[in-house]
Design a protein around this ligand. Structure first.
Ligand code: FAD
Length: 451
């Protein structure tokens, strides 16, 4: 039997003119998920977010439904809770004692990558499944201990079939990245075009069986990478985003050079800088998206950024949550005017407000990752997270600095480092302004919010 809310979602999608194949495909997925939930005794909980048809530009989220079908199931499975506990234990034991090292010495945590691989956690994650939700758990827990280690350690447990497949690397190379043998990086941003990624100036021109790439990417994180996923123009400028394609460029290709790392104020463990391509030949088999391929270059970029934005949200929230916990403990113990400072509402309420907003932000991040695991489009959710959550985390950490008094302003506490680190992610992977434009498109339509 097809539950009424699934029928309602599909009918609404048809009325909005969504492509018939997409509707049928989504119906199959929703029915399958509904049956699974019934079999596990979960009633219709958790299905409501699924009741949206991919590619359908209509409103997302809650739809008319029977009973409690609009009430999503927010819980983690016992495997996921266990995984969280194991990651926390690993982070506190292995990363905790060295906190600050990677920041102060601008070191890439190579040894810690090896230790993560030896811990068996990446294999555990693959066995459990729901790879994006697990990546989020991993990111959140590591960031609580040391923000600087998250970005380098993240790719290690997402090979073929895992979420980093979104980078589009061929399976063999994705597997090397997941084994820690190779590093990968994303190269979109250029000095001349910045946020306007649809008009990148780097070019790729077909020459026999190869593409020849020229251009300069001025803000590549993991500049020490072996594999660069580079976006370049294969069509005329007038084609805008439609003329952009993705390529795999290996570091050892003739014509590839990298600059000295930029002197970043935060995220110092991950070198960021300029990648220059001069007549770099890329085999046609290393074209990943765009010209003549099923996935356009811009869809490829979107697939990477939409999910990454939810992960970035959780990294920032991990750092903010640790800051709030430490500040609550301090406020309980710090006695002034004959009583703990926590009894003053001026101290307690900012922490109450922070906890409330962080809880809401966290749910949005996990919702987006859950959608990614269902194969659902989550562009709007990713953009909502990206404009809001790094900013929220920065505001919370700043509040904690003030509540810790003068020591909060020193390197003796981790707060100043966290503030520097989260600030970078207000900009990286899309500025708040650009992300708000993406959300505006979902409200007003593409024409009302041109990008
Ligand atoms: C920590 C960090 C890591 C990064 N990692 C990578 C990476 O790995 N790969 C990569 O390719 N890039 C990376 N970036 C670059 C990042 O994605 C860009 O900095 C960002 O997209 C903005 O581009 P821009 O710096 O050229 O600023 P600009 O595009 O020049 O923007 C300047 C300002 O104008 C605003 N603005 C621009 N257009 C509009 C508009 N239409 N409406 C309103 N406001 C607008 C922007 O929001 C911004 O505030 C990273 C950046 C940081 C800080």
């Amino acid at each position: 039997m097809r539950p009424a809310f699934i029928a309602a979602a599909l009918d609404a999608a048809r009325r909005r003119g969504t492509d018939g194949d997409r509707v049928r495909d989504r119906e199959w997925k929703l029915q399958t998920r509904f049956r699974t939930l019934e079999e596990t005794g979960s009633s219709a909980r958790g299905v409501s977010y699924g009741a949206r048809v991919e590619g359908d530009s209509g409103p997302s989220g809650v739809i008319e439904a029977e009973g409690d079908a609009t009430m999503p199931d927010f819980g983690f499975s016992s495997d996921e809770e266990q995984f969280r506990a194991e990651v926390r234990e690993f982070a506190e034991r292995v990363l905790g004692p060295l906190r600050k090292v990677w920041d102060q010495e601008r070191q890439y945590p190579v040894e810690q990558m090896q230790k993560l691989l030896e811990s068996g956690l990446p294999e555990r994650a693959r066995e459990i499944g729901r790879s994006n939700v697990l990546r989020g758990i991993f990111a959140e827990e590591v960031a609580r201990v040391d923000f600087n280690c998250v970005y380098p350690l993240l790719p290690l447990w997402a090979g073929p079939g895992g979420s980093m497949e979104g980078m589009g690397l061929p399976p063999q190379m994705a597997e090397q990245v997941a084994r820690g043998e190779k590093l990968q990086a994303l190269a979109i941003t250029e000095a001349g075009t910045g946020s306007d990624a649809g008009h990148v100036g780097a070019t790729a021109v077909r020459d026999g069986d190869d593409w020849v790439l020229n251009g300069e990417k001025n803000s590549v994180s993991t500049l020490n990478a072996d594999y660069f996923v580079v976006f370049a123009r294969t069509g005329p400028v007038e084609e805008g985003a439609r003329g952009v394609s993705g390529f795999l460029v290996t570091r050892d290709s003739p014509g590839v050079t990298t600059s000295e790392p930029l002197a970043d104020m935060g995220n110092r463990a991950t070198p960021r800088g300029v990648l220059t391509l001069k007549n770099v030949r890329v085999a046609a088999s290393n074209q990943l998206s765009g010209a003549g391929m099923k996935t356009s270059g811009f869809e490829h970029i979107g697939r990477i950024l939409d999910t990454n934005r939810a992960i970035i949200g959780l990294i920032c929230l991990g750092a903010a949550a640790a800051s709030v916990e430490e500040t609550v403990a301090y406020a309980r113990e710090r006695v002034l005017f004959g009583r703990p400072i926590s009894v003053n509402q001026g101290v307690a309420f900012p922490l109450v407000e922070a906890s409330t907003l962080m809880e809401a932000a966290r749910l949005l991040c996990y919702k987006a990752l859950w959608m990614a695991d269902q194969g659902m489009r989550h562009t709007t959710e990713g953009a909502m997270i990206k404009w809001w959550v790094p900013r929220l985390a920065g505001d919370v950490i700043r509040e904690c600095i003030v509540l810790r008094g003068h020591l909060g302003y020193t390197e003796a506490l981790p707060l100043e480092q966290r503030l520097r680190d989260v600030l970078g992610w207000e900009i990286g992977d899309g500025t708040p302004q650009i992300c708000k434009l993406v959300v505006a498109r979902s409200l007003f339509g593409r024409d009302a919010a041109p990008l």
